[in-house]
Design a protein around this ligand. Structure first.
Ligand SMILES: *Cc1c(COP(=O)(O)O)cnc(C)c1O
Length: 398
């Protein structure tokens, strides 16, 4: 019989009762170092006091009023994001996919309003992940996810990642913009090269296209900059973010420059829950932490500590790992054995991770992780890697 909770996920048989920082605890007292962060979402760690107190205080005042009224928490959050970035204006929603849908709508509408009603297509990339709505499935272009869900939503042309010539070849009379992850998360922690991202900006300028970045996963400090595109020194037209923004509370955002945002006038786009007082209070508390002086520099430093340790791990276990990759605190181990086996071995050693494309184990700890936590995680990864050696199977069977 089907479980009451619809079985759309193959869940690990673990249920966590509480957390603290980078640690999660099961009801029976086992503890796990969380290098998955609920898929790069628990950015300020579990049970973060500042975040929890802010949410609790707001819950006792008012959670939701709708966008029919002014929402001071949303106005403040938007202003802080504008002050911290390229953006002139911000729209709040509830998830990454919803943010991306809104970004594509904005780009199409801007083309329409500027004398190009025939421009509606977006160029997207192999290995991308943009979400699970009908539109974002088409943008993602993964046949496995599209199968059986009817005709693919029209308007997305997919080309190889990190290949500017392929992008330029794909531009046609109906192209409105480019949609790209600065670092592909689900795709296997693949970085868009600095040259590639700069090339995309130049190409968009040359052809009059909008550059839209999906920073749902790699944004909000994960790479050591508030947004990953900043490493390339480019100015995008629109950026989406979500996962880390609420530190576990659901909220997404579309950040845009005025020349794009001004076309989503009243009535063109909306959301019931998006940007409500509670969600924005959570995101404001997260920003208090992320924007504190020195915080992002610490993400860079800890990312380098982790990278050096992962490089040693790969060198010590060539039969298990092919490569360590990533930037900041979004890292991947490309595996020589099935990534799912490595993930399971890590769980057996009390470490949580997430698999990704290209047979990669994804490591995305809370940004507040300590050096001691990183050292402990590495010890667990070494023990987990040893379990994956071809000879380990015999020992384990004994
Ligand atoms: C997770 C993710 C999404 C989808 O976000 P949801 O909140 O699950 O809708 C979109 N883009 C990227 C890059 C993601 O990592």
């Amino acid at each position: 019989m089907i479980p009451a909770l619809m079985p759309t996920y193959n869940r690990a048989d673990l249920a966590f009762e509480r957390g603290e920082g980078a640690w999660l605890y099961t009801a029976d007292g086992r503890r796990f170092l969380d290098f998955g962060s609920g898929i790069a979402t628990a950015s300020v760690g579990h049970a973060n006091k500042h975040l929890a107190d802010a949410i609790a205080a707001q819950v006792h005042k008012v959670m939701h009023v709708s966008n029919l009224y002014r929402i001071p928490q949303a106005e403040l959050l938007a202003q802080r994001l504008v002050d911290a970035t390229f953006a002139d204006s911000v729209f709040f929603c509830n998830s990454g996919a919803e943010a991306n849908e809104g970004m594509v709508k904005m780009i199409r509408r801007a083309a329409y309003e500027t004398g190009h009603p025939d421009r509606y297509r977006m160029i997207t990339f192999e290995g991308a992940f943009h979400g699970r709505t009908l539109g974002m499935l088409a943008a993602t272009g993964n046949e496995k996810y599209l199968k059986g869900f009817g005709p693919r939503v029209d308007g997305f042309d997919q080309v190889p990642f990190n290949n500017l010539n392929a992008v330029r070849d794909a531009i046609g009379p109906h192209t409105a913009g480019i949609m790209v992850e600065a670092v592909q998360g689900e795709g296997g922690i693949r970085r868009g090269s600095i040259d590639f991202l700069r090339g995309l900006r130049g190409t968009c300028d040359e052809f009059g296209l909008a550059l839209g970045l999906d920073e749902v996963q790699c944004g909000m400090g994960r790479t050591g900059k508030l947004f990953a595109f900043e490493w390339a020194g480019i100015v995008p037209d629109v950026v989406t973010t979500a996962k880390g923004l609420g530190g576990g509370f659901p909220i997404g955002a579309i950040l845009a420059r005025e020349h794009m945002a001004k076309y989503l006038v009243a009535g063109t786009h909306g959301t019931t829950f998006g940007g409500n007082p509670l969600a924005c209070t959570a995101a404001n508390a997260v920003l208090d932490i992320l924007l504190a002086p020195g915080f992002l520099d610490e993400v860079v430093r800890k990312g380098e500590v982790l990278a050096a340790a992962l490089a040693d791990l790969v060198a010590d276990f060539p039969a298990v790992f092919e490569e360590a990759r990533g930037i900041g605190l979004i890292r991947g181990l490309k595996c020589a054995v099935p990534a799912g086996d490595v993930q399971a071995a890590f769980i057996a050693e009390g470490l949580l991770s997430v698999t990704a494309g290209e047979n990669v184990v994804r490591l995305v700890p809370p940004l507040v992780i300590t050096d001691a936590d990183i050292a402990e995680a590495m010890a667990r990864m070494y023990r987990g890697a040893a379990r994956c050696l071809p000879s380990a199977g015999k020992d384990a069977a004994q």
